[in-house]
Design a protein around this ligand. Structure first.
Ligand SMILES: C[S@@+](CC[C@H](N)C(=O)[O-])C[C@H]1O[C@@H](n2cnc3c(N)ncnc32)[C@H](O)[C@@H]1O
Length: 258
């Protein structure tokens, strides 16, 4: 993995092009309530966090800190680990603006090599991060960082179908794809599961993955909600379609005995 290329790529992401602003109240409410876990991967991811009520969370690859400060506002104690110093600075600024600096700790570094010392967390969360990493090194770090019985919650893009993977690579749609990025395969998910005692897996996005090509407009947001509902129904009722899902949310528990 070329870490410098990854850092350089993340210096030009949209989050760093605009000044950091305080988070709107509606966003905090959405993150606290996560009302649609059946059709929306973000809400499924958040519900797993809320259901386990962790006192301490280690957030991997926090980016510009949107999830970080929203979790902190809900009341969690969040340690945010990020490779890019610029994104971590944006996280600190956002935490200050959202009034949650006291519940946010920031660590800068390559998580695959990161040593948390004696610190162990109730929960590790990774939102759209593992697919940038050497999976084996990331899993070693995650299992070391969790307390016995601790929980890992993951949300990642997946491609089980090689045809879909190839299609994504040739379509002219603009993708914000960093040099180290790939979609996770079935074998990757099986490898993640093998490190934990139990796992809940939910798949999302057949047609809703088209949201990348939609302009951001209230009509397209309504269309997206419709597609998410259709996808949730199809994935629940037609198992062969799961092969074509675009996103997975996993919740895994580390064994109590190490
Ligand atoms: C797609 S972004 C997701 C950011 C954030 N989790 C979100 O959902 O908005 C991936 C993040 O992982 C970070 N990252 C990539 N490789 C990393 C590494 N080896 N150690 C720590 N963070 C890393 C990147 O800098 C980037 O902020």
């Amino acid at each position: 993995m070329d870490l410098q290329k990854e850092i350089d790529f993340h210096q030009n992401v949209p989050e760093l092009e605009e000044p950091v602003r305080p988070t709107e109240v509606a966003k905090f409410e959405e993150y606290a309530q996560a009302p649609d876990p059946g059709r929306n991967p973000l809400h499924r991811f958040l519900r797993h966090i809320h259901e386990h009520r962790p006192e301490t969370i280690l957030e991997l690859g926090c980016g510009a800190g949107q999830l970080t400060t929203r979790l902190a506002k809900i009341g969690y104690q969040v340690t945010a680990l990020e490779l890019s110093p610029e994104l971590l600075e944006a996280t600190r600024m956002r935490a200050a603006m959202d009034g949650v600096s006291g519940r946010v700790e920031t660590w800068q570094g390559d998580l695959t090599q990161f040593d948390c010392g004696d610190r162990r967390f109730d929960m590790v969360v990774a939102k759209l991060v593992l697919h940038h990493l050497d999976l084996e090194a990331a899993l070693r770090m995650i299992t070391r960082s969790l307390k016995p019985g601790g929980v890992l919650v993951v949300w990642e893009p997946v491609a089980f179908s090689t045809a879909l993977q190839a299609l994504r690579d040739v379509t002219p749609v603009k993708k914000e794809v960093s040099p180290n990025e790939r979609q996770l395969t079935r074998a990757d998910l099986a490898r993640i599961r093998s490190c934990f005692a139990n796992c809940q897996e939910d798949l999302f996005y057949l047609f809703a993955r088209l949201h990348r090509v939609f302009p951001d407009h209230h009509l397209t947001r309504i269309l997206l909600r419709g597609l998410e509902c259709f996808d949730a129904f199809a994935l629940a009722n037609c198992p062969p379609l799961r092969h074509f899902a675009g996103t997975a949310v996993l919740c895994l528990r580390k064994p109590h005995q190490e």
